[in-house]
Design a protein around this ligand. Structure first.
Ligand code: GLC
Ligand code: GLC
Length: 812
């Protein structure tokens, strides 16, 4: 069952009913002001940090579902409704929500009044703009009342939930222009130099800034007293819950349309210019007024929208495909890279599954996200790499997370996730391959943000690689530490106490638990690292790294091979994890993917066996589960993984993040049709018809789909902020469609199976454009290429000078 459709022309997903299975959301903002917005206008916005600089309040845990947002109410002769359906919930004659690239349009119509809402964050501004277009579609004139509504939360959003005895007494506002501009200035009197405002470009009939006055005692969002009675209270908040609501009266002749522009803005003042002259207590509003001026007319809104659209068009032009499969095209050309950019902006902080209050940026997560956005915003990727590297510890290990505002490593979580350091090598390699900017290796970067420790970036990589090699266990495999990629495989934790963190509690100091996944990753990363070392003249280090990679591949085959697939780990006691000797979880996905991607066992046949075992034991109708059979009881020696009921999350869930490792591994063996089959199983556009099962947005990936042992097999959770976005983009664009930037040229090696016969990829890279026309037989044979009409030896199309266009044909 569907709840909407893709409008490919306009690059939008169109939701045609407010009653989707879950709030289906979009993100606004491209620089430092961001918003989450659901198809019912729920959500919130923030400047840089969703905990410390959040403008709007939001309520969690889905009861009632999706409460808090930018709400509009229409009072039409006693009939009250909302164009976005929420919060009133009155039935609409017309409803439509269009989530586009950085904007959302919601249209609602009831009894002859149509309201078209446009929400977006204009590039270069710290504000959400809400354009409201009202039209009388009837044949008689009418006068309606319109109320806007937002609820402020511009203080610490964590305190908002835990220490509200404080903010019930701190709330302060200012009312300006007769109520057309409503300022929120809580805590501005003391240490905040920033504030928020909500403005409408028209005179108002009334306003409210105090929630209870607006709602009435025991009132709620659906039926606020001011709206029901059709009269704002002109309330001025003092403590309790400051809000902003404009009350407008609008007369519309038959067919007439009127447009209003609302600006929800965030402003920072210099400390010495906080106040307006010597009128102590009155905020300096110069900057706010300038921002308001920028969107006082619909033409300005239109111009900003064009700028936004051009920005996306330009970004997405870096990689496009034209194929006979429209679902493939829309995933690759629009939605997957769009999601990658959202992970660039949000990391794992603010979604409809993460509060924006808890987690910082992950060291491993951010490096992986980079694989998916480096071609879209290479300069910002460079900056991101340097930020991440500056949190690395001097011994080469890494803080697992860092804070976006301070860019410092997070001491509460600390380090000891032993795969983390290697991801920095992957991130830097991807960046250099994309840009050819080797200079980044010489960039001076501190360790743990200590300026005295600054060293060239390459030195960070050397210590990263060295850290893994310096921490091997009894079999010569890397020690796992607190966990590896699988945060929930905690082999030194042994937690018996509820509420203890599985990730940060280490009850045993063991040097036995080893990870075959990290081993595979080391083998995969070693040649890249060696290449970087050669470039900076460290030939001996490069040779050592290559030798270490080779050796590790042998160790894997000797101690990490279970006979039919790769083992997952050795636990604290030296027992096997992910082996046919185990009664539960005999096989895991991660080592099969990474070892084969690294080439381990390809020559000896183990790789093929391992992938066939994946097919047989892990594959399901909705994707590949993480392990099988799932753990049915808690294993204290394994940690969080066995805390999840069977079929969920890391315990037998379909973790979409590492499904692409298997897809890429299949292409290593030349089995493109299998790779494409796997890709289609989890690509959201292919799940659109099953939205009642999948339940989440059909335009973006979710982190997890419930596995075969779960009660609700096929149901997705945790959409948007997941490494799934980057890895699936890497898989489909670089390995299946087969166009990937390498050190000295674009590697063109399609492996997508016979279903997609002919296609064209247009790739912009290092300033040149490559038009690659592929005739695909699906056989996984070495491709035959021509470049500008001349036959090419091999599959590496040399980089062309910036500004040129190269035409490539490829028969595969
Ligand atoms: C989550 C985490 C990621 C981890 C994965 C598996 O997606 O963000 O860091 O690798 O779970 O546990
Ligand atoms: C990852 C996992 C999640 C786990 C968390 C702990 O995000 O997906 O299951 O609870 O790590 O940090």
């Amino acid at each position: 069952m569907r709840y909407g459709y893709f409008d490919d022309e306009r690059r939008e997903y169109v939701i045609t009913t407010p009653e989707t299975p879950y709030p289906w959301i979009n993100y606004l903002g491209t620089e430092d002001f961001f918003s989450l917005i659901s198809h019912r206008a729920g959500g919130y916005c923030f400047y840089r940090d969703a905990r410390l600089r959040r403008l709007l309040r939001y309520r969690y845990n889905n009861v009632p579902t999706d409460v808090g947002g930018r709400y509009f109410y229409i009072h039409d002769a006693g009939d009250v409704w909302s164009p976005s359906h929420a919060p009133v919930g009155a039935p609409l004659d017309v409803y439509e929500c269009r989530h586009g690239l950085g904007y959302t349009r919601i249209a609602g119509e009831r009894r002859g009044v149509r309201a078209d809402l446009l929400f977006f964050v204009p590039p270069g501004h710290t504000a959400e703009v809400h354009e409201l277009r009202l039209r009388n579609t009837d044949s008689w004139p009418r006068t309606i009342k319109v109320f806007s509504f937002v609820e402020w939360c511009l203080w610490n959003a964590h305190d908002d939930m835990t220490n509200y005895q404080r903010n019930f007494s701190t709330g302060e506002v200012e009312v300006d222009q007769g109520g057309s501009t409503l300022y929120h200035k809580t805590e501005y009197r003391e240490r905040r130099d920033h504030f928020a405002f909500y403005h409408v470009n028209a005179p108002v009939k009334g306003f409210d800034t105090d929630r209870e006055s607006f709602m009435g005692p025991w009132g709620d969002f659906a039926r606020p007293r001011a709206v029901v009675e059709g009269a704002s209270r002109n309330s001025v908040a003092s403590g309790w819950a400051p809000v902003a609501s404009h009350g407008l009266e609008v007369s519309l002749a038959p067919g007439e349309e009127k447009v209003f522009v609302f600006t929800l803005g965030y402003v920072e003042n210099p400390r010495d210019a906080k106040w307006e002259g010597d009128k102590t207590g009155v905020m300096n509003k110069t900057r706010a007024r300038a921002l308001i001026e920028s969107f006082s007319r619909p033409e300005q809104v239109e111009a900003a929208m064009q700028k936004l659209s051009a920005k996306w068009t330009n970004m997405l032009a870096q990689y496009t495909v034209t194929s006979p499969d429209e679902r493939l095209n829309r995933m690759v050309n629009v939605w997957n890279p769009y999601q990658c950019m959202v992970t660039f902006n949000m990391s794992r902080s603010a979604s409809y599954f993460e509060t924006g209050i808890g987690r910082g940026m992950g060291f491993r997560d951010s490096n992986q996200d980079l694989l998916g956005f480096v071609h879209l915003v290479p300069e910002r990727a460079r900056e991101r790499i340097l930020d991440i590297a500056a949190t690395q510890k001097a011994d080469g290990s890494a803080y697992h997370q860092y804070q976006p505002l301070t860019k410092r490593g997070n001491n509460d979580i600390g380090s000891g996730f032993n795969d983390d350091p290697l991801w920095l090598v992957s991130g830097v390699s991807a960046y250099v391959r994309e840009t050819g900017d080797w200079s980044i290796l010489g960039e001076s970067v501190p360790f743990d943000n200590d300026p005295d420790s600054a060293a060239p970036l390459f030195e960070h990589l050397r210590r990263a690689f060295g850290h893994v090699l310096g921490n091997l266990g009894p079999h010569g495999l890397p020690l796992i530490g607190r966990a590896d990629w699988n945060d929930c495989l905690n082999l030194n934790c042994f937690s018996e106490t509820p509420d203890e963190s599985f990730q940060t509690t280490g009850n045993r100091q063991g040097r036995t638990a080893e990870s075959v996944f990290i081993a595979g990753m080391l083998v995969a990363v070693a040649p890249d690292y060696a290449r970087l070392a050669e470039h900076v003249g460290q030939g001996a280090e490069a040779r050592r790294a290559r030798a270490a990679g080779k050796r590790m591949a042998e160790v894997i085959l000797e101690h990490g091979w279970d006979g039919d697939w790769f083992l997952r780990a050795y636990d604290f006691f030296g027992n096997k994890v992910g082996s046919k000797e185990n009664d539960e979880a005999q096989i895991f996905i991660e080592p099969q993917g990474f070892c084969v991607m690294a080439g381990v066992g390809v020559a000896g046949g183990q790789a093929k066996k391992a992938l066939d075992a994946v097919k047989e034991r892990l594959d399901t109708r909705y994707g590949i589960v993480l392990n099988s059979p799932a753990y049915t009881r808690y294993h204290v020696e394994l940690g969080e993984i066995s805390s999840y009921p069977p079929g969920y999350k890391e315990n037998g869930g379909i973790f979409c993040h590492n499904n692409p490792w298997i897809m890429i591994a299949e292409t290593v063996l030349g089995r493109g049709d299998r790779a494409f089959e796997y890709w289609k199983k989890i690509a959201p556009a292919y799940l659109e018809d099953e939205s009642e099962v999948h339940r989440l947005e059909p335009y973006v990936y979710a982190q997890m789909i419930a596995g075969k042992e779960a009660a609700r097999h096929g149901e997705a959770k945790n959409s948007w902020l997941t490494g799934t976005a980057a890895w699936n983009f890497v898989a489909i664009s670089q390995h299946l469609l087969g166009v990937r930037p390498d050190w000295d040229g674009l590697r063109v090696r399609p492996c997508i199976g016979a279903e997609i016969g002919r296609y064209t990829v247009t790739r912009r890279c290092r300033g040149a454009e490559y038009r690659i026309h592929v005739k695909n037989g699906g056989g996984g044979r070495p491709p035959r290429l021509t470049v500008d009409g001349k036959p090419l030896d091999g599959d590496l199309v040399p980089y062309a000078p910036a500004g040129t266009t190269v035409v490539v044909t490829c028969e595969a």
